[in-house]
Design a protein around this ligand. Structure first.
Ligand code: NDP
Length: 399
């Protein structure tokens, strides 16, 4: 079918590359391009010899001319951006310059400000439309599958959705007192920020971890979960008609929160540069360097994730509740692709998003979030590619 260029060679990219190689009818050729080429080469060494032809390259995705030249040379049908959120706008610029479709899993965040929102990427809509190119934003799990679930619920189950609660539960245990399941810098910026939710057309802000609930998750059990701001709240508030409130909850254990509080109290989670022995260092980046690499957690993580959305709304004039979720087993993911479930649940939808664009099932000039496309082919692909979904018509609600 065609060629994809994958930028980044971290935890999520590793899963996406494995999945592209399992799907050679669509991904005939891939180029893995990242800052550290040895990581791209290690992935190629692991997966070479199958039907998908793999090339590797070093690239600094923040250098737009260099990245544009590489895209022009490889001529992919789509660029799948699995580097960090800081690179999003530069990769979009390079895609526009080279005339190639764009897919990512996380919205743009300036490196020096802990603030993520879609406005910067949505501002590219005219340029992508005029170029006849598709930019698909947020094709991971959350954002990503949560948006597809919302579009599916809207299409098949409701006339109007009024409330969405997104519940992200990681019941996995890696045995370390403190480690993050994806890039520590991005993860800690996300969880140490103020929380917020969307209600009646406006944002309601909370202190970090101020709102706590307990939920009994299928196949995982009872967990504490906390309200966070999360990027899909912004796009779903715009794209789901009739919505009155959207909240996002993520589970955290006591040990994680105690360590995080301590690190915050001593200043280790700050992104303000400080002087250290004549160098400028950013405490959070230093902390990342001493924490376990998320990619190394796979072999030691046991347990399951359960991520999904509880919808409340109306169908044929009657009130209705509906829950869509996926349960994913850390050890099964590791056995299949050598990664834990957090990387797996992001890398699989990233591959599917790229496949949707490459096959033309999701192709429309402009910049779009996943819930703006027909959810059905994506929902079918989740069942085929390792993230089967489950549903309940009588879920326990979150108060
Ligand atoms: P990692 O830190 O493991 O990997 C990031 C990769 O990007 C590394 O290979 C890194 O290179 C590379 N990179 C960083 N800067 C550049 C640059 N300037 N040019 C080229 N390559 C660069 O992160 P993850 O795999 O955990 O996360 C990847 C993305 O997925 C992030 O944007 C994250 O926010 C997102 N994500 C989305 C989720 C979702 O559900 N939607 C969930 C989890 C993550 P190097 O090896 O040199 O450091």
């Amino acid at each position: 079918m065609g060629k994809a260029m994958i930028i980044g060679a971290g935890g999520v990219a590793s899963v996406a590359v494995h999945k592209c190689c399992q799907n050679p009818e669509v991904f005939e050729e891939i180029l893995i391009a990242s800052r550290t080429k040895s990581k791209c080469d290690a992935l190629k060494a692991k997966l070479d010899g199958g039907k998908t032809k793999i090339e590797t390259a070093a690239v600094d995705a923040d250098n737009v001319p260099e990245l544009t030249a590489l895209i022009r040379e490889f001529k992919p049908d789509v660029v799948l951006n699995l580097a960090l959120p800081y690179q999003d706008l530069h990769v979009m610029d390079a895609c526009l310059a080279a005339g190639v479709h764009y897919v990512d899993t996380a919205n743009y965040e300036p490196e020096d400000t802990a603030k993520f929102e879609y406005s910067w990427q949505w501002a590219y809509a005219d340029r992508f439309r005029e170029a006849g190119l598709t930019a698909l934003l947020g094709s991971g799990f959350d954002p990503g599958v949560t948006g597809v679930f919302s579009a599916y619920a809207m299409k098949h189950e409701f006339d109007e959705i009024n409330y969405i609660d997104i519940l992200d539960c990681n019941g996995g245990d890696h045995g370390y007192p403190f480690a993050t399941n994806f890039n520590p810098e991005i993860n800690i910026r996300e969880v140490s920020a103020k929380g917020s939710y969307w209600e009646n057309g406006a944002w309601v802000e909370t202190e970090p971890m101020e709102i706590k609930r307990v939920y009994d998750f299928a196949e995982v059990g009872q967990k504490d979960m906390y309200l966070l701001h999360h990027e899909e709240l912004e796009s779903l508030a715009k794209n789901i008609k009739g919505i009155k409130r959207i909240r996002f909850f993520m589970t955290f254990g006591e040990s994680y929160l105690t360590h995080l509080r301590c690190l915050e109290n001593v200043g280790m989670t700050s992104i303000e540069p400080i002087d250290f022995e004549g160098h400028k260092i950013i405490p959070l980046q230093f902390l990342k360097a001493v924490l376990p690499d998320p990619a190394s957690l796979g072999s030691r993580t046991k347990g399951k994730t359960n991520i999904g959305c509880i919808f409340r709304g109306k169908k044929d004039g009657k009130e209705k509740n509906y829950y869509l979720y996926n349960v994913c087993d850390h050890e099964a993911c590791y056995a299949e692709v050598g990664s834990q479930a957090v990387a797996y649940t992001t890398g699989v939808p990233a591959m599917i998003g790229a496949m949707m664009v490459m096959t033309g099932k999701w192709r429309r000039p402009g910049v779009f979030n996943v819930e703006e496309f027909d959810p059905d082919p994506f929902m079918d692909a989740l069942n085929v590619w390792g993230l089967p979904w489950q549903e309940s018509h009588s879920p326990v609600l979150v108060d």
